[in-house]
Design a protein. Structure first.
Length: 90
């Protein structure tokens, strides 16, 4: 396998992992919202809290994914196996 194919595979697997982490966080936040709030709670409050949960799941998945990539990069030295997406300007 060449570096470009390794980079493509890393991006595909990384995207899938990031989406799975995001969905896991979102489902757990929505479960927590359903547990904490009753149906009698004001609809606008639940909407605001749900929107906040979605944003937190996106930010949280980014933070978790970046930590996972740092750990993998430290363990297997990915820089020798994948090609940079953006070349430095000369």
């Amino acid at each position: 396998m060449n570096k470009k194919l390794n980079t493509f595979i890393f991006l595909i697997i990384g995207t899938i992992v990031n989406i799975l982490v995001m969905l896991l966080l979102l489902v757990s936040f929505l479960y927590l919202i359903g547990f904490l709030f009753t149906p009698e709670t004001n609809g606008s409050v639940i909407t605001a809290v749900t929107l906040t949960a979605v944003m937190l799941s996106v930010v949280g998945s980014y933070l978790i994914y970046s930590r996972i990539v740092k750990i993998i990069n430290k363990k297997w030295n990915l820089e020798q196996w994948i090609e940079p997406l953006f070349n430095k300007k000369k």
